[in-house]
Design a protein around this ligand. Sequence first.
Ligand SMILES: [Zn+2]
Length: 373
Amino acid sequence: MFDPASKKLVGAVTVGMVAVGCGGGIILLDEPWSLQEVQLNTDDGIRVLVLHDMEGLSGQDDPLTFEFGSERYEEGQELLVGDVNAVIDGLYAGGATEVHVVDGHGSGNPEPDILTEKLDPRASQVLRDEPFDTYFDLVERGAYDAVAVVGMHAKTGSEGFASHTYTLGIDIILNDESITETELVALSWGRVGVPVIFASGDDKLAGDLRTMPWIEFVTVKEATSASTAIPRPLEEARADLRAGAQRAVENLADARVMRVTLPMKAAVRAVPPASLVHLEGFPGVHYRDNTVSFAVDDLWEAYDGIQAVIREARQGYRSILTERMRESEEFDSIIADYSARLFTRWLDVESGRWEAPPDEDEPAASGMYHGYR
Ligand SMILES: [Zn+2]
Protein backbone atom coordinates (compact mmCIF):
# COMPACT_ATOMS: atom_id res chain seq x y z
CA MET A 1 0.00 0.00 0.00
CA PHE A 2 1.10 3.46 -0.65
CA ASP A 3 1.41 5.62 2.41
CA PRO A 4 2.63 9.13 1.60
CA ALA A 5 2.66 10.24 5.23
CA SER A 6 5.17 7.64 6.33
CA LYS A 7 7.24 7.80 3.15
CA LYS A 8 7.79 11.53 3.57
CA LEU A 9 9.99 10.99 6.58
CA VAL A 10 12.30 8.76 4.55
CA GLY A 11 12.76 11.34 1.84
CA ALA A 12 13.07 14.24 4.25
CA VAL A 13 16.51 15.71 4.57
CA THR A 14 18.90 12.83 4.25
CA VAL A 15 21.03 12.88 1.15
CA GLY A 16 22.73 9.90 -0.40
CA MET A 17 21.84 6.33 0.35
CA VAL A 18 19.55 4.85 2.96
CA ALA A 19 19.98 1.36 4.25
CA VAL A 20 16.78 -0.56 4.88
CA GLY A 21 16.35 -3.96 6.38
CA CYS A 22 14.64 -6.36 4.01
CA GLY A 23 14.10 -9.90 5.17
CA GLY A 24 17.45 -11.02 6.49
CA GLY A 25 19.62 -8.79 4.30
CA ILE A 26 20.25 -5.11 3.78
CA ILE A 27 19.58 -3.46 0.43
CA LEU A 28 20.57 0.04 -0.57
CA LEU A 29 17.92 2.35 -1.92
CA ASP A 30 18.73 5.52 -3.78
CA GLU A 31 17.07 8.63 -2.41
CA PRO A 32 14.38 10.01 -4.76
CA TRP A 33 16.50 13.13 -5.14
CA SER A 34 19.62 14.74 -3.76
CA LEU A 35 19.99 18.18 -2.21
CA GLN A 36 22.89 20.25 -3.42
CA GLU A 37 24.38 23.59 -2.50
CA VAL A 38 23.54 26.57 -4.68
CA GLN A 39 26.30 27.82 -6.96
CA LEU A 40 25.65 31.53 -6.55
CA ASN A 41 26.06 33.69 -9.60
CA THR A 42 24.52 36.98 -8.60
CA ASP A 43 27.14 39.53 -9.75
CA ASP A 44 24.63 40.66 -12.36
CA GLY A 45 21.82 40.94 -9.82
CA ILE A 46 19.27 38.50 -8.43
CA ARG A 47 16.53 37.43 -10.79
CA VAL A 48 13.55 35.68 -9.24
CA LEU A 49 10.66 33.90 -10.92
CA VAL A 50 7.38 34.02 -8.99
CA LEU A 51 5.12 31.14 -9.96
CA HIS A 52 1.65 31.45 -8.50
CA ASP A 53 -1.24 29.10 -8.07
CA MET A 54 -4.62 30.13 -6.68
CA GLU A 55 -5.68 27.63 -4.02
CA GLY A 56 -3.29 28.58 -1.22
CA LEU A 57 -4.16 32.25 -0.88
CA SER A 58 -4.48 34.18 2.34
CA GLY A 59 -7.97 35.31 3.28
CA GLN A 60 -9.37 32.43 1.19
CA ASP A 61 -11.82 29.83 2.49
CA ASP A 62 -14.09 29.05 -0.48
CA PRO A 63 -13.14 26.99 -3.58
CA LEU A 64 -15.36 29.23 -5.72
CA THR A 65 -12.69 31.93 -5.38
CA PHE A 66 -10.29 30.00 -7.63
CA GLU A 67 -12.88 28.79 -10.13
CA PHE A 68 -13.13 30.93 -13.25
CA GLY A 69 -16.75 31.75 -14.03
CA SER A 70 -17.98 31.46 -10.44
CA GLU A 71 -19.47 34.41 -8.59
CA ARG A 72 -16.50 34.61 -6.21
CA TYR A 73 -13.69 34.32 -8.78
CA GLU A 74 -13.08 38.08 -8.88
CA GLU A 75 -12.64 38.08 -5.11
CA GLY A 76 -10.05 35.36 -5.59
CA GLN A 77 -8.27 37.50 -8.18
CA GLU A 78 -8.03 40.32 -5.62
CA LEU A 79 -6.62 37.93 -3.01
CA LEU A 80 -4.16 36.56 -5.56
CA VAL A 81 -2.71 39.90 -6.60
CA GLY A 82 -2.53 40.95 -2.94
CA ASP A 83 -0.45 37.89 -2.01
CA VAL A 84 1.75 38.08 -5.09
CA ASN A 85 2.42 41.80 -4.52
CA ALA A 86 3.35 41.16 -0.87
CA VAL A 87 5.86 38.53 -2.03
CA ILE A 88 7.26 40.77 -4.78
CA ASP A 89 7.74 43.56 -2.25
CA GLY A 90 9.58 41.19 0.09
CA LEU A 91 11.78 39.81 -2.70
CA TYR A 92 12.91 43.32 -3.65
CA ALA A 93 13.47 44.21 0.02
CA GLY A 94 15.69 41.13 0.28
CA GLY A 95 17.83 42.20 -2.67
CA ALA A 96 16.12 40.87 -5.79
CA THR A 97 16.83 43.06 -8.81
CA GLU A 98 14.34 41.56 -11.26
CA VAL A 99 11.09 39.70 -10.63
CA HIS A 100 8.96 37.91 -13.20
CA VAL A 101 5.52 36.44 -12.55
CA VAL A 102 3.99 33.40 -14.23
CA ASP A 103 0.53 31.85 -13.91
CA GLY A 104 0.55 28.25 -12.73
CA HIS A 105 -3.16 27.96 -12.00
CA GLY A 106 -5.02 27.35 -15.22
CA SER A 107 -8.53 28.41 -14.26
CA GLY A 108 -9.73 28.40 -17.84
CA ASN A 109 -9.68 32.20 -17.92
CA PRO A 110 -8.26 33.20 -21.31
CA GLU A 111 -6.78 36.23 -19.53
CA PRO A 112 -4.22 35.89 -16.70
CA ASP A 113 -5.76 35.03 -13.33
CA ILE A 114 -3.70 37.82 -11.84
CA LEU A 115 -5.08 41.34 -12.22
CA THR A 116 -2.37 42.79 -14.45
CA GLU A 117 -3.30 46.40 -13.75
CA LYS A 118 -2.89 45.86 -10.00
CA LEU A 119 0.36 43.91 -10.20
CA ASP A 120 3.38 45.64 -8.63
CA PRO A 121 4.79 47.60 -11.59
CA ARG A 122 8.35 46.54 -10.68
CA ALA A 123 7.48 42.98 -11.71
CA SER A 124 6.73 41.83 -15.23
CA GLN A 125 4.58 38.94 -16.39
CA VAL A 126 6.00 36.10 -18.40
CA LEU A 127 4.19 36.25 -21.74
CA ARG A 128 4.94 34.19 -24.81
CA ASP A 129 3.45 34.16 -28.26
CA GLU A 130 2.85 30.44 -28.15
CA PRO A 131 1.49 28.12 -25.44
CA PHE A 132 4.07 26.96 -22.92
CA ASP A 133 4.28 24.68 -19.93
CA THR A 134 4.73 26.74 -16.76
CA TYR A 135 6.62 24.03 -14.91
CA PHE A 136 9.03 22.93 -17.61
CA ASP A 137 9.32 25.28 -20.57
CA LEU A 138 10.78 28.27 -18.68
CA VAL A 139 13.60 26.22 -17.21
CA GLU A 140 16.80 27.52 -18.71
CA ARG A 141 20.29 27.82 -17.25
CA GLY A 142 21.02 31.40 -16.18
CA ALA A 143 17.44 32.64 -16.64
CA TYR A 144 16.79 33.00 -12.89
CA ASP A 145 18.70 32.72 -9.63
CA ALA A 146 15.73 31.49 -7.60
CA VAL A 147 12.07 30.58 -7.80
CA ALA A 148 9.33 31.58 -5.32
CA VAL A 149 5.95 29.84 -5.39
CA VAL A 150 2.84 31.58 -4.05
CA GLY A 151 -0.68 30.37 -3.27
CA MET A 152 0.19 26.68 -3.62
CA HIS A 153 -1.87 23.68 -2.44
CA ALA A 154 -1.12 20.38 -0.70
CA LYS A 155 -0.97 17.15 -2.69
CA THR A 156 -3.77 14.66 -3.33
CA GLY A 157 -4.67 12.85 -0.11
CA SER A 158 -3.09 15.42 2.20
CA GLU A 159 -6.43 16.75 3.50
CA GLY A 160 -5.42 20.22 2.45
CA PHE A 161 -7.64 22.97 1.10
CA ALA A 162 -8.32 21.99 -2.55
CA SER A 163 -5.57 19.40 -2.22
CA HIS A 164 -4.62 17.86 -5.56
CA THR A 165 -1.59 17.27 -7.71
CA TYR A 166 -1.63 18.72 -11.21
CA THR A 167 -5.32 18.01 -11.66
CA LEU A 168 -8.26 16.36 -9.88
CA GLY A 169 -7.71 12.90 -8.42
CA ILE A 170 -4.05 12.51 -9.38
CA ASP A 171 -1.05 11.53 -7.26
CA ILE A 172 2.35 11.92 -8.92
CA ILE A 173 5.06 9.58 -7.65
CA LEU A 174 8.72 10.06 -8.56
CA ASN A 175 11.23 7.43 -7.46
CA ASP A 176 8.59 6.00 -5.09
CA GLU A 177 7.97 9.39 -3.47
CA SER A 178 4.55 11.04 -3.74
CA ILE A 179 5.20 14.71 -4.52
CA THR A 180 3.49 18.09 -4.45
CA GLU A 181 3.56 20.48 -7.36
CA THR A 182 6.00 22.62 -5.37
CA GLU A 183 8.46 19.71 -5.36
CA LEU A 184 7.83 19.20 -9.07
CA VAL A 185 8.78 22.85 -9.66
CA ALA A 186 11.88 22.44 -7.49
CA LEU A 187 12.97 19.28 -9.33
CA SER A 188 12.31 20.88 -12.70
CA TRP A 189 14.44 23.93 -11.83
CA GLY A 190 16.94 21.69 -10.07
CA ARG A 191 17.95 20.43 -13.52
CA VAL A 192 19.68 23.79 -14.08
CA GLY A 193 20.84 24.38 -10.51
CA VAL A 194 18.11 26.83 -9.44
CA PRO A 195 16.49 26.47 -6.00
CA VAL A 196 12.93 27.13 -4.84
CA ILE A 197 13.41 29.49 -1.91
CA PHE A 198 9.88 30.44 -0.85
CA ALA A 199 6.39 28.94 -0.76
CA SER A 200 3.02 29.85 0.69
CA GLY A 201 -0.14 27.84 1.26
CA ASP A 202 -2.07 26.04 4.00
CA ASP A 203 -0.85 24.08 7.02
CA LYS A 204 -1.16 20.75 5.17
CA LEU A 205 1.19 21.93 2.44
CA ALA A 206 3.59 23.01 5.20
CA GLY A 207 3.53 19.35 6.31
CA ASP A 208 4.00 18.06 2.76
CA LEU A 209 7.05 20.28 2.33
CA ARG A 210 9.06 18.89 5.23
CA THR A 211 11.15 17.60 2.32
CA MET A 212 12.30 21.19 1.70
CA PRO A 213 13.32 22.52 5.12
CA TRP A 214 15.34 25.45 3.74
CA ILE A 215 12.42 27.20 2.09
CA GLU A 216 10.74 30.13 3.74
CA PHE A 217 7.23 28.75 4.06
CA VAL A 218 4.34 30.98 5.07
CA THR A 219 1.22 29.23 6.36
CA VAL A 220 -1.66 31.51 5.45
CA LYS A 221 -4.56 29.33 6.64
CA GLU A 222 -5.56 26.14 8.36
CA ALA A 223 -7.35 23.65 6.11
CA THR A 224 -10.34 22.06 7.84
CA SER A 225 -11.37 20.06 4.74
CA ALA A 226 -10.73 20.25 1.00
CA SER A 227 -13.47 22.88 0.75
CA THR A 228 -13.14 24.77 4.03
CA ALA A 229 -10.34 26.64 5.76
CA ILE A 230 -9.71 29.06 8.57
CA PRO A 231 -7.65 31.89 7.11
CA ARG A 232 -5.29 33.91 9.26
CA PRO A 233 -6.06 37.63 9.57
CA LEU A 234 -5.28 39.00 6.13
CA GLU A 235 -2.90 41.80 7.13
CA GLU A 236 -0.94 39.49 9.41
CA ALA A 237 -0.57 36.82 6.68
CA ARG A 238 0.48 39.41 4.11
CA ALA A 239 3.10 40.85 6.46
CA ASP A 240 4.50 37.33 6.87
CA LEU A 241 4.51 36.79 3.10
CA ARG A 242 6.55 39.94 2.69
CA ALA A 243 8.96 39.14 5.53
CA GLY A 244 9.36 35.51 4.42
CA ALA A 245 10.11 36.49 0.84
CA GLN A 246 12.68 39.01 2.05
CA ARG A 247 14.44 36.41 4.21
CA ALA A 248 14.31 33.91 1.35
CA VAL A 249 16.42 36.19 -0.87
CA GLU A 250 18.72 37.24 1.97
CA ASN A 251 19.41 33.55 2.69
CA LEU A 252 19.64 32.46 -0.94
CA ALA A 253 23.11 30.98 -0.34
CA ASP A 254 21.62 28.53 2.20
CA ALA A 255 18.97 27.20 -0.18
CA ARG A 256 19.26 23.76 -1.69
CA VAL A 257 18.92 22.62 -5.28
CA MET A 258 16.80 19.47 -5.65
CA ARG A 259 18.16 17.09 -8.26
CA VAL A 260 16.17 14.01 -9.10
CA THR A 261 18.06 10.71 -8.96
CA LEU A 262 18.57 9.26 -12.45
CA PRO A 263 17.64 7.00 -14.11
CA MET A 264 14.28 7.26 -12.47
CA LYS A 265 10.88 5.73 -11.95
CA ALA A 266 7.66 7.65 -12.35
CA ALA A 267 4.10 6.69 -11.51
CA VAL A 268 0.65 8.19 -11.58
CA ARG A 269 -1.92 6.99 -9.07
CA ALA A 270 -5.55 7.84 -9.67
CA VAL A 271 -8.26 8.35 -7.07
CA PRO A 272 -11.86 9.40 -7.85
CA PRO A 273 -12.98 11.25 -9.86
CA ALA A 274 -9.96 10.12 -11.95
CA SER A 275 -9.41 6.45 -12.73
CA LEU A 276 -6.88 4.21 -14.42
CA VAL A 277 -8.69 0.89 -14.04
CA HIS A 278 -9.37 0.73 -17.78
CA LEU A 279 -5.60 0.27 -18.30
CA GLU A 280 -5.51 -3.00 -16.36
CA GLY A 281 -4.20 -5.70 -18.68
CA PHE A 282 -3.17 -3.20 -21.37
CA PRO A 283 -0.09 -4.66 -23.13
CA GLY A 284 3.15 -2.93 -22.15
CA VAL A 285 1.51 -0.97 -19.33
CA HIS A 286 2.67 -1.60 -15.80
CA TYR A 287 -0.59 -1.29 -13.91
CA ARG A 288 -1.40 -2.06 -10.31
CA ASP A 289 -3.95 -0.67 -7.82
CA ASN A 290 -5.07 2.25 -9.99
CA THR A 291 -1.42 3.17 -10.53
CA VAL A 292 0.58 3.15 -13.75
CA SER A 293 4.37 3.19 -13.38
CA PHE A 294 7.25 3.36 -15.83
CA ALA A 295 11.02 3.81 -15.96
CA VAL A 296 12.64 6.78 -17.72
CA ASP A 297 16.05 8.35 -18.24
CA ASP A 298 15.27 11.88 -17.09
CA LEU A 299 12.68 14.18 -15.55
CA TRP A 300 11.50 15.58 -18.86
CA GLU A 301 10.70 12.11 -20.12
CA ALA A 302 8.97 11.38 -16.82
CA TYR A 303 6.84 14.52 -17.14
CA ASP A 304 5.86 13.64 -20.70
CA GLY A 305 4.81 10.17 -19.60
CA ILE A 306 3.00 11.50 -16.53
CA GLN A 307 0.95 13.84 -18.69
CA ALA A 308 0.04 11.00 -21.05
CA VAL A 309 -1.11 8.84 -18.12
CA ILE A 310 -3.03 11.77 -16.63
CA ARG A 311 -4.89 12.21 -19.92
CA GLU A 312 -5.98 8.59 -19.53
CA ALA A 313 -6.83 9.00 -15.84
CA ARG A 314 -9.16 11.87 -16.73
CA GLN A 315 -11.32 9.38 -18.61
CA GLY A 316 -12.60 8.58 -15.14
CA TYR A 317 -14.23 12.02 -14.96
CA ARG A 318 -16.81 10.75 -17.47
CA SER A 319 -18.37 8.60 -14.79
CA ILE A 320 -19.63 11.88 -13.29
CA LEU A 321 -21.22 12.81 -16.61
CA THR A 322 -22.91 9.41 -16.76
CA GLU A 323 -24.02 9.84 -13.14
CA ARG A 324 -25.59 13.18 -14.06
CA MET A 325 -27.20 11.83 -17.22
CA ARG A 326 -28.82 9.00 -15.28
CA GLU A 327 -30.67 11.61 -13.27
CA SER A 328 -32.15 13.04 -16.44
CA GLU A 329 -35.58 11.97 -17.69
CA GLU A 330 -34.02 11.90 -21.14
CA PHE A 331 -31.40 9.33 -20.18
CA ASP A 332 -33.04 6.40 -21.98
CA SER A 333 -33.63 8.38 -25.16
CA ILE A 334 -30.03 9.73 -25.12
CA ILE A 335 -28.70 6.18 -24.83
CA ALA A 336 -30.96 5.06 -27.68
CA ASP A 337 -29.76 7.99 -29.85
CA TYR A 338 -26.18 7.19 -28.92
CA SER A 339 -26.55 3.56 -30.08
CA ALA A 340 -28.19 4.66 -33.32
CA ARG A 341 -25.50 7.24 -33.99
CA LEU A 342 -22.73 4.75 -33.29
CA PHE A 343 -24.30 2.38 -35.83
CA THR A 344 -24.71 5.14 -38.44
CA ARG A 345 -21.13 6.38 -37.92
CA TRP A 346 -19.78 2.90 -38.51
CA LEU A 347 -21.73 2.51 -41.74
CA ASP A 348 -20.86 6.06 -42.93
CA VAL A 349 -17.14 5.52 -42.33
CA GLU A 350 -17.20 2.16 -44.09
CA SER A 351 -19.08 3.72 -47.02
CA GLY A 352 -16.67 6.68 -47.29
CA ARG A 353 -19.45 9.17 -46.43
CA TRP A 354 -17.83 10.54 -43.27
CA GLU A 355 -14.99 13.03 -42.88
CA ALA A 356 -13.31 13.82 -39.55
CA PRO A 357 -14.03 17.40 -38.39
CA PRO A 358 -10.92 19.67 -38.41
CA ASP A 359 -8.98 20.07 -35.17
CA GLU A 360 -9.83 23.42 -33.71
CA ASP A 361 -7.07 24.79 -31.54
CA GLU A 362 -8.35 28.00 -30.05
CA PRO A 363 -5.72 30.76 -30.17
CA ALA A 364 -5.43 33.16 -27.20
CA ALA A 365 -7.61 36.24 -27.69
CA SER A 366 -4.64 38.55 -27.14
CA GLY A 367 -2.30 36.38 -29.18
CA MET A 368 -0.18 36.05 -26.03
CA TYR A 369 0.07 33.18 -23.54
CA HIS A 370 0.75 33.69 -19.84
CA GLY A 371 1.00 30.12 -18.56
CA TYR A 372 -1.65 27.56 -17.74
CA ARG A 373 -5.09 28.43 -18.99
ZN1 LIG B 1 -4.44 25.85 -9.25
